[in-house]
Design a protein around this ligand. Sequence first.
Ligand code: NAD
Length: 415
Amino acid sequence: MEKNNPFEIAQKQLYTCAKVLNLEDDVVRMLENPMQQVQVSIPVKMDNGTTKVFQGFRIIYNNVLGPAKGGIRFHPEETIDTVRALAAWMTWKCALLDVPLGGGKGGIICNTKELSEGELERLSRSYIDCVWQFIGPDVDVPAPDVYTTPQIMAWMMDEYSKLSGKNQFGVLTGKPLNVGGSAGRGDATAMGGMYTIREAAKEVGMDLSKAKIAIQGFGNAGSFAAKLSQELFGATVVAVSDSKGGVYNPDGLDIAEVLKHKKETKSVINAPNTETITNTQVLELDVDIIIAAALENAITKDNAGNIKATILAELANGPTTPEADEILYKNGIHVIPDFLCNAGGVTASYFEMVQNTYMYYWTAEEVYARLDQKMTKAYHEVLYASKNHNVTMRMGAYTVAVTRVVDAMKTRGWV
Ligand code: NAD
């Protein structure tokens, strides 16, 4: 396996948790690998008349608590091990938030920036043609992830509905509002992260209205996090970054301006009144909070020691390697671990599934209130477990989640 392989990291975290909880070997054997892995070759008619074949994946990691749930990522460097790791983290995330769902994930190796709108639609539909027998509202329910959008979810839901001969709004979440989407789903990941940051600030004694924040990643999770940090807390966002680099203004960025600039130029670089910095510099700024909202392995043993922030909020999945985790713990940095911090997305997705089943839709205020309740409860369960077991916040989260999954496996007679 390559260095910092996300699945190797996910397994390592599980083995550490197994030691803390003193889990039996047969239980660990059942949890260390996915229950089901599907790999498909996806043919797509390209605009120039040729057919291109893409590789795609859909994995159910564990479904003891309910139908699998997890996004579909479109990325040129997607690997099956990334999908396996993300599916494992989805399992722990759903268990931690106490929603009746298992963990899954999917992905396609592709570069969306090189595809026309028509090619993207045909790729999305063709993926469903390949995996539709392995998903379903009570089997495995995908959602958006990196470089997949509500529009892509709508095409996929439509394709699945056609194949199964009836409307199946509940087969995917993160859909547009006019075809079974939920109010509040768009910014739910960031909003959920904000609730955990609010609770963490109380724990470390930080006044959020005076806090300086730097954010790595300016997509769905990161850009909403920037906007909400200002709106909800009155905090100052001094830096944001995307795949091309970062922008910095010590007096605070005008997030609406940066968003406009990103929309027009496809990057945050050179947004008005900003200085350009690197993605590494963003993480090492003298700020109170770092929000990691890009991809895996952003914080490694090479840069963890340079982090000056008091709180690290992991909106991205897997941004910190295990070696980096130890350094952050020793340096007293309060980490809000990924599958707690970014669980707002799946929790709102669960609410979307409930609304699709009932065919009755909630207001955004109702969604946020229920989301706040779930996120706040989970944060305090993790904090309590980390103190109780004398382990990192990440390991605290693992102990809560893995215990729920193991208890259900025992009740169902699996182990
Ligand atoms: P997105 O595609 O909307 O945005 C990703 C952002 O990261 C883009 O701004 C991109 O430019 C930036 N990026 C890519 N490589 C980078 C790099 N090397 N350095 C800095 N920035 C880089 O994706 P998203 O939905 O915002 O997801 C971001 C992270 O949050 C992922 O880890 C994802 O799994 C996680 N997440 C997202 C959701 C959700 O609901 N969107 C839910 C849970 C977790």
